[in-house]
Design a protein around this ligand. Sequence first.
Ligand code: PXG
Length: 445
Amino acid sequence: MSLAARPLASVPNDLEAFWVPFTPNRAFKKAPRLIVRAKDMHYYTVDGKAVMDGSAGMWCCNAGHNRAPIVEAIQQQAAELDYPPAFQFSHPKAFELASRIAALAPGDLDHVFFCNSGSEAVDTALKVALAYHNIRGEASRARLIGRERGYHGVGFGGISVGGIVANRKMFGTMLAGVDHLPHTYNREHQAFSKGEPEWGAHLADDLDRIVALHDASTIAAVIVEPMAGSTGVLPPPKGYLQRLRAICDKHGILLIFDEVITGFGRLGTAFAAERYGVIPDMITFAKGVTSGTVPMAGVIMRKGIYDAFMRGPEHVIELFHGYTYSAHPLACAAGLATLQLYKDEKLFERAASMAKVFEARLHTLKGTRHVIDIRNQGLVGAVELQPRANALGARTFEVYLKCWEKGVMIRQTGDIIAIAPALIVEEKHIDEIVETLRSVLSAVD
Ligand code: PXG
């Protein structure tokens, strides 16, 4: 029936039409978890139950939920300017936000390209890397290097350089000319490390092997998460990122840090690049830039990259790339208010000091039933569980559901539980998260 012929009231308001992303739809629709409201550290479900948010939404609501200054900025913006064209036009807040983000970024990373999701930011960074070499007369630099256990979103670029088999295997051959570094996790050498593990810096040297195989003249960029988030919180081994930077420099390869999770205070600094003392050529960001309130993402790049494009006739477009909603006014307003709130409440510094409490509490779970590793960095932690025989992820999914029933939301990936509270988290919240997890772990077989 055509839409015009069908009265709206006759459209069923049921759970069927919405294909829920990255979710087992049939199981979910039998027992949906529906959230209708949020404030600070808590969610409220459709039946009015409060649930502590132990994962800042999906690692994004760093300022806590529904913070008044951000809500008001979005409301005001919606009433003032809905949307100007993003190409050939702009609006003042886009420039203001770019300047504010550039000021937070390390070194000479001082130009910002706006996108709407981490996946778009990753594709943008990869495209800028290829185009950068191209305009400098090095078009043979067309290979991209990612890393096993890397998550860079779900675009074709991101899954190509990413290293998660389930996200790749159904989707054909992806981008050509991609190679992968080995991941940096080794339980035997690293289990129960606090912060960055001592072992593993040498794994960066694999980049030299890849260069020897393909030749540097064919390689455009290396992209890594400075701390892998989605695949289970893998802090970089001490010295690893420094070595990666040195090898990239030696061979003229651009280094991209995907900071979609680590950006905006998660590790106690504005960006992980600052935390680890390694300056990449580009940083991708998303999530925390608006504290999850309005979709926004982007790429911060070094001055030299931007400048390389600013040649030739001035009326010609320098980069054939962009999105209808690049620097959307609602997102810019939310971003400006969010950055102001981070500053006013010193939330990055707060994350750095709470990280010590978080680390100490989290590691008290060592020795609890099923726990085979605990990892942490800044306000991110992971508890890895022994998988059930022939049932990868089953035990951990049960733990995850039981925690939710007991009023604590955490994230689960395979047999790893990830915890990443908002930066406003207090000791009592950390205690509640850890103690709920402890009691559930003891109760689940
Ligand atoms: N890069 C990184 C490092 C990410 O963590 C993306 C890119 C993609 O962002 P978008 O906005 O396109 O989703 C991400 C996203 C989880 C989880 O539970 C992690 C992400 C998204 C959803 C769930 O680990 N990270």
